[in-house]
Design a protein around this ligand. Structure first.
Ligand code: UDP
Length: 251
């Protein structure tokens, strides 16, 4: 499939639906290169406006999927509609379902201690032949410590997965994948945020109707008001001046 890559605000996105995204990841998992996937949402777009390192990660991504209804609405407003929301949280179990069929080995990295393992156990219960070759939840702040980073790389190398899921929150997870991709040596890595928590049942995900109405952020705010307030009501709202800025650039 030839993907259509379209410009949206300060990023490019691949205009594909969920099924096509699973096919693409499967293809990348068979590749001899070390590919990675990013799943932009409004918060990423806001960070990208100022964070050059994060922008470099985005500029080199092999697959760029649209995570969240607000970006879908913005694409319609800009008259370059994106086919479907493809969030990391929805994609994660679907890739595992496909991997269970075609034998790709997966590794789950991130979340709080024990959570990645619980997520793996639940996924293996659901998808009988799923081959999870490892899970690891590194201590918070590990990326600042060379020894800890090496430990993570060694654990992943030893397991030799085809697909690496990384849940360290954005932009940490994307920067980690980008910086160490040649050492991790995994055919495809994906930053999936809180998806590991959702699969483990550690954090409850918003009901479907809220996900499809663009209200998932508000749901997370009500669940964790202290942590999410700044993100939902300050950072995410910075999207409005950006829509205005990029709308004017197009005219
Ligand atoms: N997390 C982590 N290490 C860190 C920071 C975050 O393992 O240094 C984990 C956190 O436990 C959670 C996940 O990253 O499981 C996603 O965090 P967040 O909700 O910030 O991500 P988002 O989905 O909003 O990108």
């Amino acid at each position: 499939m030839d993907k259509e890559r379209i410009k949206l605000l300060n990023i490019y996105v691949d205009n594909i639906n969920m099924k096509e995204a699973v096919d693409e990841v499967e293809k990348l998992a068979n590749s001899s290169k070390y590919n990675y996937v990013v799943t932009p949402n409004v918060a990423h777009v806001v960070f990208l406006e100022e964070d050059k390192e994060f922008k470099e990660v985005y500029d080199n991504a092999d697959l760029i999927l649209t995570d969240g209804m607000p970006l879908i609405w913005i694409s319609k407003y800009f008259k370059c509609p994106i086919k479907e929301k493809v969030s990391g949280s929805d994609l994660f179990p679907l890739i595992c379902e496909r991997a269970a069929i075609n034998g790709h080995k997966i590794f789950i990295l991130g979340a709080a201690e024990g959570v990645a393992k619980t997520a793996a156990d639940k996924l293996c219960e659901k998808y009988k032949n799923l081959n999870v070759v490892g899970t690891y939840s590194p201590p918070y702040g590990f990326e600042e410590d060379k020894k800890e980073v090496k430990k993570v790389i060694d654990i992943v190398n030893e397991a030799e997965p085809h697909i690496l899921f990384v849940g360290l929150g954005a932009p940490k997870q994307e920067k980690f994948i980008y910086k160490y991709r040649d050492e991790l040596k995994v055919p495809v890595s994906l930053g999936i945020g809180a998806a590991i928590d959702f699969q483990a049942g550690n954090i409850k995900r918003a009901p479907r109707w809220m996900q499809s109405s663009g209200l998932e952020g508000f749901y997370r705010f009500f669940k964790e008001p202290k942590r999410m307030f700044k993100r939902v009501f300050i950072d995410d709202f910075k999207i409005f001046p950006l829509v205005f800025k990029y709308k004017n650039q197009r005219m």
